[in-house]
Design a protein around this ligand. Structure first.
Ligand SMILES: [Zn+2]
Length: 304
């Protein structure tokens, strides 16, 4: 256990890392905490006993426009999911999935109800068939930064990695580690401006981003020796249907590559605990490589 001898330092490091986080990311806690959960995306929904509709409205980008639409829909639908986003032309899209409260309602009548909002410029409604409602409006998923994403089943991705290991043995693990490392490095470089002039102070934010994207719940700490410890209690790579494998090679590479890019230091890593080996969680230790060139620009001290 690498960190047993550094426990007091780790505690200080946790506080330090918390203190350097962006203050605006701290939730206002006036009414207590909302229990965390996974974000629900309704690319399709199956509910045989319900009459479901998908309402898509183009709105004027005007304060109160979204609230006005929700008010118009609220008396007709039990809303299950709703979201809105601004388009490049200055208008906004509102997308809502809901169960009709009245059997007599149809796609047409819901469309008319939505259009009663003065801020709705146009509106389309799709109805479920045989209980199945599919989002036929969106042609994919895009992040707030404008990048395209594919939504893939965690177990499917983990099984794909497992297949690589099964076919190629330890060489498969090496490929996954290298690909993870390359992916992590490229992601940090692509988002370099987002991390500002002191990227080394943004390790917490980086781990929160991966967590929000579904890679796994993370806890990250660092000590004065320049070692970073990352703990994931639900790393996606362990979500295999076969529970095979011994180590999360892609995630280890991802962590190493990301931290290497953000600290601008050559790093090395090991997975000291892994759910694939029966541990409760996966633990990665990432530290500066011993043979790293002394000529490299020293990174800002993330622990001070
Ligand atoms: Zn693991």
């Amino acid at each position: 256990m690498v960190f047993d001898n550094h426990q007091p330092v780790i505690v200080r490091a946790i506080n330090t890392l918390h203190s350097v986080g962006s203050p605006e990311m701290t939730p206002v806690d006036s009414f207590g905490n909302v229990e965390r959960c996974r974000k629900k995306e309704f690319a399709f929904h199956y509910s045989p006993d319900k009459k479901l509709v998908h309402v898509v409205a183009k709105l004027q980008d005007h304060p109160g426009a979204f609230a006005s639409l929700l008010k118009a829909l609220g008396t007709r639908l039990n809303l299950m999911s709703t979201s809105s986003y601004v388009l490049e032309d200055g208008c906004a899209i509102a997308s809502s999935v809901g169960e009709t409260l009245f059997q007599s309602d149809t796609a047409r009548s819901i469309q008319q109800a939505a259009s009663s909002s003065v801020h709705v410029m146009s509106c389309q409604v799709w109805e479920s068939h045989d209980g199945l409602l599919i989002d036929q409006f969106h042609s994919g998923i895009q992040s707030g930064g404008g990048e395209s994403y594919v939504l893939m089943h965690r177990t499917g991705l983990a099984d794909m990695f497992m297949e690589v290991r099964k076919v190629l043995g330890s060489g498969g693990d090496t490929i996954l580690y290298l690909q993870g490392k390359n992916y992590g490095r490229l992601r940090v470089e692509a988002c370099a401006s987002m991390f500002g002039p002191s990227p080394a102070s943004k390790l917490q934010e980086l781990s929160h981003i991966y967590e929000a994207l579904g890679f796994g719940s993370t806890k990250i700490t660092a000590n004065s020796a320049g070692e970073v410890k990352l703990i994931l209690n639900d790393d996606f790579e362990c979500d295999t249907s076969t529970r095979g494998g011994k180590t999360c090679s892609f995630t280890r590479g991802l962590a190493e590559g990301s931290i290497e890019a953000i600290l601008k230091e050559e790093m090395t890593s090991e997975e000291t605990r892994c759910r694939l080996r029966g541990d409760d969680e996966c633990e990665f230790v990432i530290r500066k490589a011993k043979n790293a060139s002394a000529k490299r620009t020293p990174s800002p001290d993330i622990m001070n």
